[in-house]
Design a protein around this ligand. Structure first.
Ligand code: ADP
Length: 539
């Protein structure tokens, strides 16, 4: 429509110029003709021109109108000497001009020629102005525009629908499967390539997320991720168990949890960009809580809280203190005894007959001390050697053979030692294995009954090698099954002392089993006997 309007505008302009030019030409020719007629035939010539389309005016050289065929009264007419065409005609013999009429749609065109007698004859006609022409064209133009609209609107609608509908039908998740016109193919191909890239990235992200979750969820340490608004972004199982924060609180504010008050100062430090930590006690346990800011560039974008269970440190510290006091205590008794007998001997207060008895007592107590000190040394070696022990493939039955041979010479005569030793190779440290068999056999003999039996067995299946030490002794009440493996723990202290026990034998067994990747199983019934079964991995 714009093209149409512009075309019409330029055409009208061009046509109008031509039309105006030809009007002037015709009027000029007519004026010259009439001027020629007047020159030849005098003013009467004008009388013969009754029916003419032009207004003819005769003006003398002073500007006075002498004749006018418009029917107006010439006596009231203005002096015409100021008219452009009259001035030109008087000067050059011919003049022309145009003037706007009172209405917009019409214009006057004047041509004037100088007569031989000095007067001027002037012709004038009206012609349509541009506005008139535009007005004339307006209606047909409107009709054409309406026709254009009537044809192009439904067509444009149809075309738009044909373009847009297939676009709307494109399945962004599966661009290749979308049915579309060929022009859209390159975009679909690009979409498809982007889609597969997004899918790949999404899978990598998911995998990374799963890896992250597997790691964090299986961590013993608690972990909480917060954003700067202190909203929980992630929390692992350990943290929610320790701090009693429901997993549903993910996406909620940490301040809604009961522990918040105790750790808010740490979060404030993290918000300032500092790491900080503190210890809190919860349900008999000690936890170290550490907060660090998560920084992106220089800005803090969140905080991470790590929660470490420090209780075992306290426990091992307590154990160490307890062990030291136990050792001192255990050593003090024989030392006091030795010191007492030695003093009596030194001061000559012991009779000749009793002296041997005193020496034996001193020797006996010294022996007890040596056993105790050896056990303590063994345990401290086990503590120190954590992980740094030399291992080799060893036939467990052979070790049992050696230990049993030793005890056959040492054990009281009423105790029978039976063996059923099948070869079984384990990957372990010889001294540790000897310590396990020795201590179990020693206990089996110590806590046996009169005329009791000690069975030592080794056997294996596809995966494991087993050591079984069974006795027909006093047995261990169920409630002590755990505790007897503690250092210095004895069910019956007096009996243990009497038989030369230190309370460290089973601790050494337990520790050695841990270092040998072996497990201990105890079945025991009070008054009937005990069965210790150690399960080793096959070498
Ligand atoms: P001890 O040097 O006192 O024997 P252990 O650590 O070897 O120390 O054993 C701890 C305690 O476990 C013993 O004092 C004893 O009460 C009990 N015990 C160990 N082995 C046996 C067993 N075979 N039968 C009965 N009681 C046992």
């Amino acid at each position: 429509m714009i093209v149409l309007v512009v075309t019409v505008f330029f055409s009208v302009d061009e046509m109008y110029q031509n039309f105006y030019k030809s009007q002037i030409d015709v009027l000029e020719a007519e004026t010259r003709l009439i001027a020629f007629g007047i020159d030849k035939n005098g003013v009467e010539f004008l009388d013969g021109l009754d029916e003419t389309d032009y207004r003819i005016t005769l003006i003398d050289k002073n500007g006075t109108v002498l004749f006018d065929n418009s029917g107006n009264d010439i006596s009231v007419m203005d002096n015409h000497l100021d008219r452009k065409e009259v001035i030109e005609a008087l000067e050059t013999g011919f003049g022309s001009s145009t003037r706007q009429s009172s209405t917009l749609t019409e214009r006057y065109i004047y041509t004037a020629a100088l007569l031989k007698n000095g007067d001027v004859v002037r012709l004038s006609s009206t012609y349509f102005s541009v506005f008139h022409l535009v007005g004339m064209l307006f209606q047909p133009l409107l009709i054409v525009i309406l026709i254009i609209l009537a044809i192009s609107l439904p067509y444009a609608f149809h075309l738009t629908r044909n373009i847009v509908e297939p676009l709307n039908r494109i399945d962004v998740d599966d661009p290749d499967g979308s049915d579309c016109y060929p022009e859209i193919r390159p975009i679909l191909n690009k979409l498809s390539a982007q889609q597969s890239m997004i899918n790949r990235d999404r899978e990598t992200l998911l995998q990374k997320k799963q890896e992250f979750e597997t790691i964090t969820q299986n961590m013993n340490e608690g972990m909480i991720l917060l954003n700067t608004e202190e909203v929980i972004i992630d929390i692992n199982k350990a943290a929610s168990d320790i701090l009693k924060i429901d997993k549903d609180l993910v996406g909620g504010y940490l301040s809604e949890s009961s522990v918040y008050e105790r750790i808010s100062d740490l979060i404030k430090d993290a918000a300032k960009g500092h790491r900080s930590s503190k210890r809190i006690r919860m349900e008999e346990k000690t936890y170290e809580i550490e907060t660090s800011p998560v920084k992106v560039g220089n800005d803090v974008s969140g905080y991470v809280l790590l929660i470490f269970d420090e209780s075992y440190k306290d426990a091992s510290e307590n154990m160490r203190k307890e062990f030291a006091s136990n050792v001192s205590h255990e050593l003090k008794t024989p030392l006091q005894s030795i010191s007492g007998y030695a003093e009596l001997l030194k001061n000559g207060l012991v009779r000749e007959d009793d002296r041997m008895n005193c020496y034996e007592k001193i020797y006996g107590e010294a022996q007890r001390m040596i056993v105790l000190v050896n056990d303590v040394i063994s345990l401290s070696h086990l503590d120190d050697e954590n992980g740094a022990i030399v291992k080799e493939n060893i036939d467990l039955s052979q070790i049992c053979e050696d230990v049993v041979t030793y005890f056959r010479g040492e054990a009281p005569e009423d105790i029978t030692i039976c063996t059923d030793l099948k070869p079984g190779i384990v990957y372990g440290n010889r001294e540790l294995l000897e310590g396990i068999v020795y201590n179990l056999c020693e206990n089996g003999i110590r806590y046996n009954k009169k005329n009791g039996t000690l069975y030592v067995r080794t056997y294996q299946d596809d995966e494991h090698v087993y050591l079984q030490v069974e006795d027909t002794g006093i047995g261990i009440p169920k409630k002590y099954h755990e505790r007897i493996f503690e250092r210095f723990y004895r069910v019956d202290k007096a009996r243990s002392k009497q038989v030369g026990g230190t309370g460290l034998g089973l601790s050494i067994v337990k520790h050695s089993c841990i270092l040998s990747n072996a497990s201990i199983d105890l079945k025991s019934e009070e008054g009937k006997g005990s069965v210790f079964t150690i399960t080793f991995n096959k070498a």
